[in-house]
Design a protein around this ligand. Structure first.
Ligand code: SAH
Length: 484
């Protein structure tokens, strides 16, 4: 085993670096060198168009011809990026003899330094190295870090760099300074930057520096959409919020696959709503959010789909605002969009629909307040959030207001999940077909011409069932007969 590499960040500002080669790899390396303020000297018989442009702009020096030892004069580093093994070896040998560090692209053995994979957030850089042995692994890790570190890191690094001197003056002792930074980072500062509230962030920093902020504050709530179930449909912001959470208050609708991605040490509390006593439950949820945020915790209120689509997210942030708790909202993919996509139903296919309506109707009372005239219009798609109760009333009212009984529907049960089922049919037979196939919650109804496209465009899970059911027939076989 060779010894591990010694990691270092080199200051190349104004320093000459030799790049041997004029192709795409040399171009990438040169670009990185220019980014670091170096003065690249590119040695190659030919230059790529961009390298040529940089040369014409006077940003790089160009030496033509075959590699020669004198190219290295005055160089602090050299990068060989040619596809000619003989040239690469020659560069490595000359560099070694002159005590100049050399990187031979894709040749860890010949190289005396490695260029790490980088994640950059303003002045903050994370460099990853596998010692040259497993660059793919380093790149994989880099991608993971890219998703983990949001833009607030750049603002934080920038602020700390600008205020470095003042912080040192205020807290000359290292231990004090560390406590100050820990308090800052555990508090609202990162969130303020995420919310693009730069002025407030600076003010908060100022107050912290002057010790005008009581130290117990800092709790906040992120109201986060968890999407319909497939964990791949989470947003990066949702993932980050779940990774930073102390407490996760989640609906029953949030899938196991999603919950698994949350922070392990977080406290998970299911606040699923039961059919009875909904409003009390909502009050309990409010009380829980308040209690934990007031205790200084980072709370994630995790909701199925999108928090603002039939999710009572609005009431929750009104409540938080009224109680002075800072909050942020992370949208999620709502059931209508996810179910449509996963069933192969283009909601507004231009040949069939000009608009789409998101509708909910949970009980008879809410049924009566709906504008059935408008809902029964042609050339529109309805996405109905309601589970499976009330389909009869829905069918009868839509037909009574003029929607054609032959209008296709698709019921999507467990949309985007492993056990997704799509049931197809015509409006006339909607409740019977649902009953026959025992469609269960969560299920979303898509009604309109586009629903029929699931038959040909489906791509996920099992193909739609029920398409062969004879329409306009109320004499469907009973489930027991079917099961036999
Ligand atoms: N805020 C959620 C909706 C909450 S209302 C969102 O934006 O998706 C609950 C209703 O959403 C369910 O009764 C069902 O109609 C629908 N729903 C949610 N997730 C679903 C899923 N994975 N598959 C089918 N329907 C779903």
């Amino acid at each position: 085993m060779s010894a591990p590499l010694f990691p270092l960040f080199a200051d190349l500002q104004g320093r000459r670096v030799l790049v041997v080669g004029g192709g795409p790899v040399a171009e990438r390396k040169t670009e990185a060198l220019l980014h670091a303020g170096a003065r690249p000297r590119v040695g190659s018989p030919e230059l790529s168009p961009r390298l040529r442009a940089w040369h014409e702009e006077g940003r790089i020096e160009w030496i033509t011809g075959r590699f020669d030892a004198h190219w290295l004069s005055g160089a602090w580093l050299v990068i060989a990026a040619t596809d000619d093994a003989t040239v690469n070896r020659a560069v490595a040998a000359v560099a070694e003899a002159r005590h100049v560090f050399a990187n031979i692209v894709d040749d860890g053995e010949l190289s005396s330094f490695q260029v790490p994979a980088i994640v950059e957030r303003g002045p903050l850089q994370v460099a990853i190295s596998s010692g040259g042995g497993a660059p793919m692994l380093a790149r994989h890790l880099r991608r993971q870090l890219e998703t983990l570190l949001d833009d607030s890191w750049a603002s934080l690094a920038d602020l700390f760099t600008r205020q470095r001197r003042r912080i040192r003056q205020r807290f000359p002792q290292t231990a004090e300074r560390r406590r100050f930074f820990e308090k800052l980072l555990a508090g609202p500062l990162p969130r303020l930057y995420r919310q693009q509230l730069h002025t407030q962030a600076e003010q908060h920093f100022q107050a912290m520096l002057d010790e005008h902020v009581p130290s117990t504050r800092g709790g906040s709530v992120a109201v986060v959409g968890a999407g319909p179930g497939d964990a791949g449909l989470l947003t990066l912001n949702a993932l980050r919020a779940m990774n930073e959470a102390d407490v996760i208050l989640h609906d029953r609708l949030v899938s196991e696959d999603v919950l698994r991605l949350g922070r392990r040490d977080a406290t998970y509390i299911e606040v699923g709503k039961s059919a009875t006593g909904q409003s009390t439950r909502q009050d309990d949820i409010h009380a829980l959010m308040l209690e934990h945020a007031r205790a200084g915790k980072r709370v994630v209120r995790l909701k199925g789909g999108d928090p603002f689509v039939f999710g009572r997210g609005g009431e929750e942030i009104e409540y938080l605002r009224a109680h002075g708790i800072p909050y942020e909202v992370v949208p999620g993919i709502t059931a209508a969009l996810a179910c449509a996509a996963y069933a192969g139903i283009p909601l507004t296919h231009r040949e069939h629909a000009q608009s789409v309506k998101l509708v909910t109707a949970h009980c008879k009372d809410s049924f009566d307040t709906l504008d059935w005239q408008a809902l029964a219009q042609e050339r529109q798609t309805l996405a109905v959030y309601m589970g499976v109760a009330g389909l009869e009333g829905l069918r009868d009212r839509l037909i009574a207001h003029g929607r054609a009984p032959s209008t296709p529907f698709a019921l999507i049960e467990n949309g985007s999940r492993r056990d997704q089922r799509v049931v197809n049919g015509s409006l006339a037979d909607l409740p019977e077909t649902a009953r026959f196939h025992q469609v269960r919650s969560p299920a979303l109804l898509i009604l309109g011409e586009v629903a029929a496209l699931a038959d040909t465009l489906h791509w996920f899970g099992q193909p739609p069932i029920g398409a062969a059911t004879p329409t306009h027939s109320r004499n469907l076989p009973t489930p027991t007969l079917q099961a036999a």
